[in-house]
Design a binder for this molecule. Structure first.
Ligand code: HEM
Length: 537
């Protein structure tokens, strides 16, 4: 059941409950399989530790953690049951009401048991004990493709999102200095700004200026922006997705392959599937999509490297070049991981911010005041200097990620024997930290349902209200620790740049009678009709 939200970000979704149900059904067949925890422990490679300290000795037994029986879960999730076809957030709330702030769901088929916790002190315990190689299981089909089907390309490097243990540590250590260094990412500001301006030109051409309504689908348009922006860094290439002409065949291969991946990853990585034993036509289609994306990505990387060679710079300049100098497999694997993890995340968040600003015109005006100061002339380029001081914009993004984070929770395997909310939780057990439930609760954020960017603003006299009052583990939209989001800096750069351009040039209004709807699949993201009105200033 956990694998849904452990795919990329601990996002969760509608199929999660189907997954719970499938697992229960499959469980009847799988009693002879080894216990999940034993399988999973291989990820840690750490020596056994025995705890004899009073906290551990006095804690209640693991088996005493309350939770639904297999029969109850089956009944809840079968047609007619309360949780039939629901999503993880609803499921999580339902069991929380029934069992309290900590409960346990048994795992099977090589998956660990999962303990759900709603206690930020537990989150801290989990993260502080995650060891140097935190385990967030997910996307096994991708790992299988890279390691078993295409060893020729990947040569044992499965990538960040899917590898664990030492293999994960090896690649993360190599790419951290490139991806986490502010300057490496911020040097892309001019390119990212050009893309934002191209997006605005395209928006302008697709707007009905009488009504302010877009004649195309905003979600698709913003996704193209996200694609173009990640690709300029990952592939050092402009894909031309915002241009009017049809993009070239290799670009379309990546776009189509990514769409198949987003569609099929649910089926093969969420529900316990038998693809390891039998490759169904759908699974083969997913493998083919991975192939297309890999081949087309390699094509762009090789093209970019040819160009670099001709330019004969001794010093590596771009992110891609730096990754390529580590080695070509690392560049290919990271480019694909960036595309997989960097599209829906930023596009969902930008739409969420626009929605809250569109519903709160006074907050939008406050933001516009800030943007007018930094860009008196809208045609001015964005620079490190003029984008240094944008506290209100940053607060708007933070507040949007508080209310509608792309991940409703995060996941880890316990890295050691730990005590959570007074119960023993052995090393290797899955722990789901239900962050969104807390960041949307009045217990942790006053007037939690309201969009109040001010709660994140520092003043000359005081630190921001949130940091004065709250346990920092309640709000972690990019995760935490050594396995935190590696694309955070790029995501911030992209989102800030587009929002500066949009709000500086357009008044955005949400004209829907009801608020924007959301769906929980790979991530939590907006869905349905985008009822925005854009008025050019
Ligand atoms: C609003 C934007 C984004 C949000 C909120 C977000 C959030 C997250 C979260 C919560 C995780 C899990 C962290 C953990 O387990 O502690 C994660 C992992 C990851 N993210 Fe992001 N992300 C965003 C954008 C991006 C972008 C643009 C990229 C790529 C350029 C990216 C690449 C990744 C990768 C590769 C991982 C896996 C890291 C690992 O396992 O070592 N993300 N992200």
């Amino acid at each position: 059941m956990i694998s849904k939200f452990t795919l990329l970000y601990a996002g969760s979704g509608q199929q999660a409950t189907k997954c719970v149900m499938d697992q229960l059904v499959v469980r009847q067949l799988s009693n002879s399989l080894p216990r999940a925890q034993h399988v999973i422990l291989e990820h840690f490679e750490t020596k056994e530790e025995t705890r004899e300290d009073p906290e551990w000795v006095n804690a209640k037994d693991y088996k005493q953690i309350p939770g639904p029986s297999s029969y109850r879960m089956l009944r809840d999730q079968l047609p007619g049951g309360r949780l039939y076809k629901t999503n993880m957030h609803v499921l999580e709330r339902h069991y929380r009401e029934r069992y309290g702030d900590i409960f346990r769901i048994s795992g099977i088929l090589g998956k660990p048991d999962t303990v759900f916790t709603f206690n930020p002190a537990d989150f801290e315990t989990v993260y502080r004990n995650e060891t140097i190689w935190p385990v967030r299981v997910g996307l096994e089909s991708l790992g299988h493709y890279r390691l078993k089907k295409r060893p020729d390309v990947f040569q044992g490097v499965a990538g960040l999102v899917t590898s664990q243990g030492r293999a994960w540590g090896d690649i993360r250590n190599k790419v951290n200095p490139v991806m986490m260094k502010v300057q490496n990412i911020r040097q892309n500001l001019p390119a990212v700004d050009n893309i934002a301006q191209d997006f605005l030109d395209r928006l302008d051409s697709k707007l009905d200026h009488n009504t302010g309504k877009l004649t195309t689908d905003l979600t698709e348009e913003i996704k193209m922006w996200a694609f173009e922006s990640v690709a300029v860094v990952a592939l050092n290439t402009r894909l031309g997705l915002l241009a009017r002409d049809k993009p070239d065949a290799n670009v379309l291969k990546i776009v189509d392959g990514m769409n198949i991946f987003f569609d099929k990853a649910n089926t093969y990585d969420v529900s316990p599937s038998f693809w390891k034993y039998v490759e169904t036509p759908g699974f083969k289609e997913l493998m083919k999509a991975y192939d297309d994306v890999t081949n087309a990505t390699t094509f762009f990387i090789e093209k970019a490297m040819e160009k670099f060679k001709n330019e004969q710079n001794d010093e590596a300049q771009s992110v891609l070049e730096k990754l390529y100098r580590i080695n070509k497999n690392v560049a290919v694997v990271m480019a694909i991981d960036m595309l997989m993890a960097g599209l829906d995340t930023t596009s969902a968040t930008v739409i969420t911010v626009l929605h809250f600003l569109g519903q709160n015109p006074e907050k939008q005006e406050e933001l516009r005041k800030e943007l007018f100061k930094l860009l008196p002339d809208p045609k001015m380029p964005l620079t490190d200097e003029n984008t240094k001081n944008m506290p209100y914009l940053r607060a708007c993004i933070k507040e949007a990620l508080r209310l509608k984070p792309i991940a409703v929770g995060n996941f880890r395997l316990a890295g050691r024997d730990i005590v959570l909310s007074g119960y023993k939780v052995p090393k290797g057990v899955g722990v789901y930290m239900a962050t969104m439930s807390l960041s949307n609760s009045d217990e942790y954020f006053e007037r939690s349902a309201e969009f109040l960017p001010e709660r994140w603003i520092k003043t000359a006299k005081a630190t921001c209200p949130v940091s004065q009052k709250h346990n920092p583990f309640v709000y972690l939209p990019f995760g935490f620790g050594p396995r935190t989001c590696i694309g955070k800096r790029l995501a911030e750069l992209e989102m800030e740049t587009l929002l500066v351009r949009l709000i500086r040039n357009y008044r955005v209004t949400w004209v829907g009678e009801k608020p924007l709807e959301y769906i929980n699949d790979l991530i939590l993201r907006p869905t349905g009709e985008m009822k925005f009105k854009f008025e050019k200033l």
